[in-house]
Write a protein that binds this ligand. Structure first.
Ligand code: C2E
Ligand code: MG
Ligand code: MG
Length: 798
């Protein structure tokens, strides 16, 4: 609630102001009563007509002036009003003192100068006050004000101005003076009504009082002019009381409790209703002008009012169209990414189906689901997750130009590829694009996705079924850890084909269909074989040799992981024994799945296999992935502790792909980390990745942890790794995984090709990752130890 204006004044001043306000009301009331013949009688005529009348006007001017002087707020506006009232009062005073006493008063007189010359002050006051109250108004509000003002002015002109013009006779100066009053008042009324519109037709006390004051003055002026024109004017009637009354009301407006904020609400019904009303009034006047001549001024004003009303509705209509378009757009797009949403995607799919149906053509629906998005959200936070999702759209659009991309929800995206034969190519491209690191607040993250593909019309001929089939294919891709999968009748879980596959897998496990291939690792300093990783293969009777990636998901779902692990351990430990027997004390690395680490029986199996093969525990390393360590830390910790107790080393596989905080990993009993192949591939042309790799190598060295770089495919990568002090490497360049007999031949032939080994002079002198010069030429400096801790995460501060 705003404070009263007098509240801030000194008590004495406050009393004086309030006293004057009530005295003024008293004066005006008594004068009114006297002029109505109810008070004082004729003997008090001079007292009321001269003293009370002029006293009230001077008092009103003084009150408004005191408001302007005592309260700084909106000072200029009230100073202008004080001037206006003072002009009026002085005109009246001069009239009382001089003109009234003349035998034939001149027209115009000096009094008219007082009345008229200060009109502009009133306009100035309104403009100032509006400026102080209302900010940033919508154009339509100004137009409402104009419409209302013009319509009222048209009515006023029709009712007052025209009759006065027609009844006024005399000199040009006299006619002009007489016309100046109604015109001046008309303009005032127009302005005040306009202000009402500006406030959304909720003007508040001050403006209502201002309007009432000016209205009283305008009515008094108009009635006076009429009666003078008709020769019926008589002093001392109620009409004479209206002028001081109007000024008193204005002085009350000056001291009224101010409103804090004039709030404009455009949507309100009344805001539309009033311009309609004023528009209708203007229209009525124009129609009436067809039958009765109203005069040029009222007709032009009415026409102008109609024009502004039309303009206003055009504006509103424009706004409405814009808003509805915006809402329509919002209903069709995803808030976070700005891509089409599921609803819009349905529409597009429907369109594609209709189009292809008519032409007998086909198209592909790609369903893309990010892998491990939840992990990313959990470890880097939802903001990073959002940032990633926002960048996915442009990436997808970049590789499959022209085809509609949509976010279907969560980390799932949909895409229509018009040319069904290009679906696989599109899927490959998407994969490549997503693996380029995304920058999430100075952290580089590369993304894997599983893509399911369904083709219209061969897989499904309706929108829903097509989406469902693409979904099935997507899950199939995820399960089989393939980059993408086409929908095939039968990949639905429990389908015949799947059941067949499960049976075949079990058969392979039981009857030697699963074999182990071996991939050696190189010690980069010496070029020697420093370890051999066992990788399972399925020699499938129809499909040929399947790599682990192609069937591990099936193994997991079929629940035969324990058997598989035993089989691989048994075969590879036996193989290692023969190598050891030949004097090759190579360390064997075996991959252990999450399922095994959660299996309490695993340690028993492991111990048994070790005993059976007579392997010293230190010659075996178990490779486990980051995610299982993080997600199931509590559950796997007993198994891990038991494995460590056996003396078997643990190796952290695919390091960098799991977004785990490095501090967390450091608390695990890890003897080795294997940097994922994606980092090795990316480090050549992506400086942040190069820094991560260098930092990880340096950190591992400082912590006394062994390190292997995986997936080395080019000599450039090998050289770079060697130059930044990477101790071990593995990859197709060095040697592909192969069956034991083949590897035996390879070992007998001397192992790694000589050109892959370090020059003799350099052997045994590892690069020092702490020296900036060993970084890639484009990597200017080695990260500080604190940054390196983060960097080893697979995320790099830039
Ligand atoms: P991993 O342990 O990271 O194994 C490395 C994978 O990368 C192998 O694929 C290997 O053939 C492949 N690879 C090696 N060098 C290169 C290279 O230079 N470039 C590229 N692009 N790839 C290379 P594979 O055999 O298909 O194995 C895939 C994953 O399956 C393995 O990843 C491992 O996590 C799992 N796995 C493999 N064998 C077993 C096993 O016996 N038991 C369990 N539980 N998991 C296994
Ligand atoms: Mg591995
Ligand atoms: Mg790996």
């Amino acid at each position: 609630m705003p404070m009263s204006l007098t509240a801030g004044l000194a008590p004495g001043v406050r009393m004086a102001v309030n006293g004057a306000r009530f005295l003024l009301v008293l004066a005006v009331l008594t004068e009114g009563l006297h002029n109505l013949g109810l008070l004082g009688g004729a003997r008090l005529d001079t007292f009321f007509d001269d003293w009370v009348y002029n006293g009230a006007e001077v008092g009103a001017a003084a009150l408004v002036l005191s408001r302007a002087l005592l309260v700084p707020r909106e000072r200029l506006a009230w100073l202008l009003l004080a001037d206006r009232i003072a002009g009026f009062a002085s005109g009246d005073l001069y009239y009382t003192l001089v003109i009234e006493k003349m035998a034939s008063p001149p027209t115009p007189s000096l009094s008219d100068a007082g009345y008229l010359l200060l009109y502009p002050c009133a306009y100035g006051m309104i403009v100032r006050l509006v400026g102080a109250h209302v900010h940033n108004l919508h154009k339509s509000v100004w137009l409402d004000g104009a419409t209302a003002g013009l319509a009222v002015a048209a009515v006023g002109a029709a009712l007052v101005l025209e009759p006065v013009i027609h009844t006024t006779h005399g000199s040009f100066a006299a006619v002009a003076t007489n016309l100046a009053y109604p015109l001046g008042d008309l303009l005032l009324v127009m302005l005040v009504i306009g202000v009402f519109a500006l406030t959304g037709w909720r003007p508040g006390g001050t403006w209502l009082l201002i309007a009432a004051g000016f209205a009283l003055l305008a009515i008094a002026d108009s009635v006076y002019l009429f009666s003078v024109a008709e020769g019926t004017y008589e002093g001392g009637t109620i009409l004479d009381a209206m002028w001081p009354a109007g000024m008193a009301v204005l002085s009350w407006a000056a001291w009224a409790r101010p409103r804090e904020q004039t709030e404009i609400r455009l949507s309100r019904f009344a805001v539309m209703l009033l311009p309609c009303l004023f528009g209708a009034v203007a229209l009525f006047l124009l129609i009436r002008a067809n039958f009765v001549h109203l005069g040029v001024i009222p007709e032009s004003l009415a026409a102008a009012a109609l024009l502004t009303a039309g303009w206003r509705f055009a504006l509103t209509f424009g706004d409405l169209v814009q808003v509805s378009e915006l809402r329509e757009h919002q209903a069709r797009t995803d808030d976070l990414t700005g891509l089409a949403n599921r609803r819009q995607f349905y529409t597009r799919l429907n369109g594609a189906i209709d189009g292809c149906h008519a032409r007998g053509a086909s198209f592909a629906l790609l369903m893309i689901d990010l892998d491990h998005f939840k992990d990313l959200n959990d470890t880097l936070g939802h903001y990073a997750g959002d940032l990633l999702l926002q960048q996915i759209g442009p990436r997808l659009e970049g590789v499959v130009r022209g085809d509609a991309v949509a976010r279907l929800g969560g980390d799932e995206f949909g895409l229509i590829v018009r040319d069904a034969t290009a679906a696989a190519v599109a899927a490959e491209r998407i994969h490549a694009a997503l693996r380029q690191p995304f920058e999430l607040e100075q952290i580089a993250v590369s993304v894997h996705a599983s893509i399911g593909i369904a083709i219209f019309p061969q897989d499904a001929d309706s929108t829903n079924l097509l989406l469902q089939r693409a979904d099935v294919a997507m899950y199939h891709a995820k399960e089989s850890r393939s980059r993408y999968a086409f929908y095939a009748r039968g990949v639905d879980s429990n389908s015949r084909e799947r059941l067949g596959l499960v049976a075949e897998l079990k058969d392979a496990l039981a009857h030697g269909g699963l074999v182990v291939h071996y991939q050696p690792q190189m010690e980069l300093d010496t070029g020697a074989v420093s370890g051999i990783e066992a990788l399972v293969r399925w020699q499938h009777p129809q499909r040929g040799l399947l790599e682990a990636e192609e069937f591990m998901a099936l193994v997991e779902q079929t629940g035969v992981m324990r058997e598989l692990t035993s089989l691989v351990l048994e075969q590879s430990l036996a193989q290692q024994r023969t190598w050891r027997a030949r004097g090759n004390d190579v360390v064997l690395a075996v991959n252990i799945s999450a399922a095994s680490l959660l299996d309490e029986a695993f340690v028993g199996d492991l111990r048994r296999e070790l005993t059976r093969a007579g392997t010293p525990p230190g010659a075996l390393r178990l490779e486990i992935t980051e995610s299982i360590l993080i997600e199931e830390a509590a559950r796997v910790s007993t198994v891990i502790a038991a494995v460590r107790e056996l003396g078997v080393e643990l190796s952290l596989d695919d390091f960098g792909t799991g977004y785990s905080p490095i501090t967390h990993l450091m608390s695990m009993p890890i003897g080795e980390i294997k940097i994922d192949g994606t980092f090795v591939a990316r480090m050549m042309d992506h400086r942040p990745t190069a820094i991560i790799v260098a930092g990880t190598i340096s950190l591992a060295r400082q912590l006394g942890i062994e390190l292997v770089a995986e997936g080395v495919e080019t000599t450039a990568q090998l050289d770079r790794l060697r130059s930044i002090g990477c101790p071990h490497a593995q990859g197709y360049l060095l040697c592909r995984p192969m069956p034991a007999p083949e590897l035996d031949r390879w070992l007998e032939a001397g192992g790694f090709r000589s050109e892959l080994r370090p020059p003799v002079a350099a052997r045994g002198s590892r690069g020092d990752a702490n020296t900036p010069s060993v970084l890639a030429p484009d990597a200017a400096s080695t990260p500080t130890p604190g940054r390196r801790r983060q960097a080893a995460l697979g995320v790099a501060p830039e």
